[in-house]
Design a protein around this ligand. Structure first.
Ligand SMILES: *Cc1c(COP(=O)(O)O)cnc(C)c1O
Length: 392
């Protein structure tokens, strides 16, 4: 599509593959100047032509071309009606949680992202919304926990850090029979590997801080919705709460997104080899990785995902080994977060899952000796050598 005049007409690229969609974006380049790199519209406001005429742009909290290019690209990838880019993954989750009214009930995954639990605990409780956590790998458990006032299910799959996989299509089929909206946090696999809306989900959220932007240099979140009604509701909430992603950060996310396909494939390839190495190492007690053929939900992963991603958790069994490992690990960096080109390792019990009580942690398998690895895109032999020496 050739359009050299304005920012409103864009190509949904329906006939193209995801690799092309990410590399080229929605408008792809600036339709006015032809600039190949989409411009950063670092402006808060826009000049009007007259009372009767405008450019479709009025104020950057409401609309900004750079943010819109990122949003449209995300919507195209997920086959959504519209996407909203916000200031962080938590802003995306919080925005979606505003859909719940007092006295309604939400079911969330039992090892969902800690911030999501905190939002349910603090904000929803204040708004008199009830919540329960349940193991979404067990549909019978899910059914048992559904109440007459259940309006939303919020799932993460694979989960963090236990790598449990929920059957999105099955859950959606059941939820929809009860009039329940299903939200999927798709941060771990991204739309390149898993498309929740095509599997039946109603809304997808992302911490774009992770794989979407992919370079550990920006915080961002995205909500993708399926219908016009959802989009109108969220558009209003965006205007009210003002959680919009700024132009510079939108551009960084958009620029990171261009290489999503090649990055994900490398993360995937590296993680497979590292998971195998860890599994065969005598000092490693247990490895959690969705790409193992004997992973309990391996067949579900094959059915709903195009790849396994770059996340691995492993249990070293004793604290002494954990302490030594974290002191000796060198190329892989001991830091929170995930999904960037740099490999990072973290200690969930003291870093990412401190909001979860020790009792619940142990029940879920998040022991004090569990480590979570976000495999980057470095040379895999270098990474394995680093792990090998740290375990010595
Ligand atoms: C990091 C993360 C979030 C929160 O995203 P922020 O960008 O840090 O606000 C939500 N869900 C998952 C699965 C995450 O990993």
């Amino acid at each position: 599509m050739k359009n050299f005049t304005n920012y409103t007409v864009y190509d949904k690229k329906e006939n193209l593959h995801d690799e092309t969609k990410v590399a080229r974006g929605a408008l792809g380049h600036d339709p006015v100047t032809g600039s190949i790199s989409f411009p950063i519209f670092q402006t808060s406001t826009y000049r009007h032509i007259s009372i009767k005429e405008n450019t479709n742009f009025n104020y950057s909290r409401i609309i900004n071309p750079t943010r819109e290019e990122f949003e449209r690209t995300m919507a195209i990838l997920d086959h959504g009606y519209r996407a909203f880019a916000v200031s962080s993954g938590m802003a995306a989750t919080s925005l979606v949680l505003t859909m719940l009214k007092p006295k309604e009930h939400i079911l969330i995954s039992d090892d969902v992202y800690g911030g999501t639990v905190r939002a349910c605990e603090e904000v929803l409780k204040y708004n008199k919304v009830e919540y329960n956590q349940v193991d979404f790998t067990n549909l019978e458990e899910v059914k048992k926990n559904v109440k007459p006032n259940t309006k939303m299910m919020f799932i993460e799959t694979p989960t963090n850090p236990m790598m449990k996989v929920a059957d999105i299509a099955e859950i959606c089929k059941y939820a929809h029979s009860k009039g329940i909206v299903v939200v999927v946090d798709n941060t771990f696999l991204t739309s390149y590997y898993q498309k929740p809306l095509l599997l039946g989900a109603d809304i997808v959220v992302y911490s774009a801080t992770k794989y979407i932007a992919g370079h550990n240099d920006v915080l961002a979140g995205v909500v993708v919705v399926k219908t016009k009604e959802q989009a109108e509701y969220l558009n209003l909430q965006m205007a009210i709460y003002g959680a919009c992603l700024g132009p510079m950060d939108s551009w960084l996310a958009l620029r990171g997104l261009k290489t999503l396909a090649v990055r994900m494939d490398r993360h995937n390839e590296n993680a497979k080899k590292i998971a195998e190495f860890l599994r065969n190492h005598p000092k490693v007690k247990k490895v959690y990785y969705v790409g193992f053929e004997d992973h309990p939900q391996y067949n579900i992963t094959l059915k709903q995902s195009k790849g396994f991603g770059g996340m691995i958790s492993f249990d070293l069994g004793d604290m002494d080994t954990v302490n030594k490992f974290l002191e000796k690990i060198n190329l892989i960096l001991f830091a929170e977060s995930l999904g960037g080109v740099e490999s990072l390792v973290t200690h969930p019990a003291t870093r990412t899952h401190t909001e979860v009580s020790k009792e619940v942690r142990e029940k879920l398998g998040i022991t004090d000796t569990l480590l979570r690895l976000s495999v980057g895109i470095e040379n895999v032999d270098d990474l394995i050598e680093d792990i090998r020496q740290a375990l010595e």
